[in-house]
Design a protein around this ligand. Structure first.
Ligand code: SAH
Ligand code: DHB
Ligand code: MG
Length: 219
């Protein structure tokens, strides 16, 4: 076992308590033979704390998978708060809905099935109230589009968090032909060029390997 995993285990054992609802959502990928794409438990708690620090009442999550991060985020919003989470895949959507229900969070989390671009357009057309926090975690080639569209659902103070932007160190590979790498490179470039955002990014290591995230606040 690598040292990053060993250290993450210490962090998780001491600082992150997972109840059966979180464990169920976490274990659902293996049970359904799906590649695990959920955030680590330490990162899930980090997102939960970030939402609480922001005092977020309304959170948009782009990329639900099986609802693991959705549960963390929904637990961070108050009783009258909501997490709207977008998922394309019908199998993931169905499992996530069950996991949210099992967690007793059906009143605080709503999953919309469909391509996120269509769902976000729907939210914009419906003049949905802006979000306090937006967690971008779906298909990486569309990150630049998600950033642009997120701006339309934001207000001053909205926190935008982008997951998986370092990609085992490939972020710096300008010659990469990997569409995920090309997507996150453009995402970071657009973020830097935006005069409406203050942003930074941090690299991370742990149970999920070497990656990183961006964090921005809307001016
Ligand atoms: N946030 C989750 C992990 C999301 S993994 C967690 O941490 O627990 C990324 C998810 O985005 C996958 O479930 C994938 O099916 C979904 N996805 C990929 N392309 C999408 C698209 N165009 N629209 C909506 N969801 C998409
Ligand atoms: C992938 C997506 C994620 O959001 C993640 O955390 C890990 C992997 C992927 O598309 O492979
Ligand atoms: Mg991710």
């Amino acid at each position: 076992m690598d040292v990053w995993t060993k250290n993450d285990q210490i962090i998780i054992e001491n600082l992150v308590t997972e109840d059966t609802a979180l464990l169920k959502a976490f274990e659902a990928s293996g049970e359904n033979n799906l590649e695990d794409m959920a955030v680590s438990s330490a990162q899930g708690k980090f997102l939960y704390l970030l939402a609480k620090i922001r005092g977020a009442k309304r959170i948009l999550e782009i990329g639900t998978f099986l609802g693991y991060s959705t549960i963390w985020l929904a637990r961070a919003v108050p009783k009258d708060g909501i997490v709207i989470s977008l998922e394309y895949d019908k199998t993931c959507f169905d499992i996530a809905c069950k996991n949210i229900e099992y967690a007793g969070l059906s009143n605080k989390a709503r999953i919309i099935q469909g391509a996120a671009i269509d769902s976000i357009n729907g939210l914009i057309n419906d003049k949905t109230e802006s979000f306090d926090m937006i967690f971008i975690d779906a298909d990486k080639p569309n990150y630049p589009a998600y950033l642009k569209m997120s701006m339309q659902l934001s207000k001053p103070g909205t926190v935008i968090y982008g997951d998986n932007v370092v990609r085992n160190g490939e972020l710096c590979n300008a010659a990469s032909k990997d569409e995920k790498v090309i997507g996150v490179r453009q995402f970071i470039e657009d973020m830097g060029l935006s005069d409406k955002l203050e942003s930074t990014a941090l690299q991370t290591v742990g149970i999920k390997g070497y990656d990183g995230f961006t964090i921005s606040i809307v001016k």
